[in-house]
Design a protein around this ligand. Structure first.
Ligand SMILES: Cc1cc2nc3c(=O)[nH]c(=O)nc-3n(C[C@H](O)[C@H](O)[C@H](O)COP(=O)(O)OP(=O)(O)OC[C@H]3O[C@@H](n4cnc5c(N)ncnc54)[C@H](O)[C@@H]3O)c2cc1C
Length: 349
C-alpha cells in the first residue's frame, strides 16, 4: 500500500488551504488534493478585487490573499497535489479511506476533509470556433490585472453581476466600454448599472451577441468583432482592443462515494453536517462552502472557522485521547524555532 496519511483534504480553496495549515499545527500527516493547476479556489475568480472582510487583514487584492493562504498552507510541509481530481472515495475493511483520482492512482488516508466548495469551476467559454487562440492575448474570461485596459476600447460580453462589475471597474481606466448582452435587460445590481448609465464612455447593446471575431494580420489578437442584434437582425462591426467575456461558470461537482462512504446531502448538493465539521459519515469531515449547518457563514472567515473545527474533529477521530482543540498559536511550542528566526529577521531589518 502507498503511504498512509492522517488526513487528506480535498480541494485547495481557502477552506482546504487553511485546513492544511491547521492539520500541520495539530501534528497530522497531511495531503492536499486540488483538481486545478493553481491553488486558491474561487478566490482566483476575482483576482483583481479587493477583499475587505477578512478579520484583521487590511484591504488586499484577492490574488495576493490567495498567495498568502498558499504560503501559510505550506508551513508544515504537507504533500500537495495539483491538477489531480478526486473521482471516487471508499472505505476498505481496515477502516482506511481509499481515494481514487482521475489519473487512476489510489491515495490512502485515516480521515478526509471535504473542502471541495462548489465543485470545479470554470468560466463558460465563447462558442465561436478558434476563439481559444486569443485567450493568451486580448480575450479574457477573468481579469488578472487592470493595467492592459488603460485607455483601451473594451467589449464586455454579459449582463449579470460579473460582467457589470468589470465594466464599472473599467470606468476610470478604459477609453471606451461596450456592454453587449443577449437579453433585453441587464440582470446586475441596479446601483452598478446606474453607474455605467451615467458615463458617456459606455454603450449598451442589448439583445446582442458576439457572432464572429476578426483577427489582426498576424492572427494573434482580435481586432474587430461582428455583433448580432437579434431584435432587429442587424449586424454591427466594432473595432476593439480587448474583450472580457463574463457568461457565468460551468461547475463539475462530479465525485462519487461508494455505498459505505456516501454522504447525506442538503438540497441535493451540500454536505449536511454540523458546526464541528462532522458529516453523516464517520471519518469524513467537511469545511467551507460545501458544508451546510445551521448558522453557516459562506465567507472566507466562515471557511477558516470550519477548517479549524474539521481538523480538530479529524484529529480526535484518529486519536480519541488527543486534545479536542489545538493550542493557540501564540503559546504553541511548534512555533518556537520559527518565532526565533522571525524575530532575528525583524531585528536585522
Ligand atoms: C465573485 C466572488 C466574490 C467573493 N468575495 C468575497 C469576499 O469579498 N469576502 C469573503 O469573505 N468571501 C467572498 N467570496 C466567497 C469566498 O470566495 C468563498 O466563500 C470561498 O472561496 C469558499 O472557499 P472553499 O475552499 O470552501 O471553496 P472554493 O473556493 O470553491 O474551493 C474549492 C476547491 O476545491 C476544488 N475541487 C472541487 N472538486 C474537487 C475534486 N473532485 N477534486 C479535487 N479538487 C476539487 C476546486 O477546484 C476548488 O479549488 C466571494 C465569492 C465569489 C464567487
Amino acid at each position: 500500500m502507498s503511504e498512509l496519511f492522517d488526513v487528506t483534504i480535498i480541494g485547495g480553496g481557502p477552506a482546504g488551504l487553511y485546513s492544511t495549515f491547521y492539520s500541520g499545527l495539530r501534528n497530522m500527516k497531511t495531503k492536499l488534493i486540488e483538481s486545478q493547476a493553481q491553488l486558491g479556489g474561487k478566490v482566483l475568480l476575482y483576482p483583481e478585487k479587493m477583499i475587505w472582510d477578512a478579520g484583521g487583514q487590511p484591504p488586499i487584492l484577492a490574488h495576493k490573499f490567495a498567495e498568502q493562504l498558499i504560503n501559510q498552507a505550506k508551513t508544515f510541509h504537507p504533500t500537495i497535489l495539483t491538477n489531480t481530481k478526486v473521482d471516487f472515495i471508499e472505505k476498505d475493511s481496515n477502516n482506511v479511506f481509499v481515494i481514487t483520482t482521475n489519473d487512476g492512482s489510489k491515495h490512502y488516508s485515516k480521515s478526509i476533509i471535504m473542502a471541495n466548495g462548489g465543485g470545479i469551476i470554470n468560466p463558460q467559454k465563447l462558442e465561436i470556433e478558434g476563439a481559444e487562440k486569443y485567450e493568451m492575448t486580448n480575450l479574457h474570461y477573468t481579469v488578472q490585472s487592470l493595467k492592459p485596459f488603460h485607455n483601451k476600447r473594451v467589449l464586455v460580453s454579459g449582463g449579470g453581476n460579473g460582467a457589470i462589475d468589470w465594466a464599472v471597474e473599467l470606468l476610470d481606466i478604459a477609453e471606451e466600454i461596450i456592454v453587449a448582452y443577449r437579453k433585453d435587460q441587464l440582470s446586475a445590481h441596479e446601483a452598478q448599472v446606474v453607474r455605467l448609465q451615467e458615463s458617456k464612455k459606455v454603450t449598451f447593446l442589448l439583445n446582442t451577441t458576439i457572432e464572429r471575431l476578426i483577427a489582426n494580420k498576424e492572427k494573434t489578437k482580435v481586432k474587430q468583432v461582428v455583433l448580432k442584434k437579434h431584435d432587429t437582425d442587424q449586424t454591427l462591426l466594432h473595432g476593439i482592443d480587448h474583450i472580457i467575456v463574463s457568461h457565468g461558470y460551468n461547475r463539475d461537482a462530479s465525485l462519487e462515494f461508494a455505498n459505505n462512504s456516501a454522504l447525506k446531502l442538503k438540497d441535493n448538493y451540500y454536505y449536511e453536517g454540523t458546526a464541528t465539521g462532522k458529516t453523516s459519515q464517520e471519518g469524513i469531515f467537511a469545511a467551507g462552502d460545501i458544508l451546510s449547518y445551521e448558522g453557516k457563514v459562506n465567507l472566507l472567515v466562515g471557511a477558516f472557522q470550519d477548517a479549524v473545527n474539521a481538523v480538530n474533529s479529524a484529529k480526535t477521530y484518529i486519536e480519541p485521547t488527543a486534545d479536542k482543540i489545538g493550542m493557540v498559536s501564540s503559546h504553541n511550542e511548534k512555533f518556537q524555532e520559527k518565532n526565533r528566526q522571525l524575530i532575528k529577521q525583524m531585528l536585522v531589518q
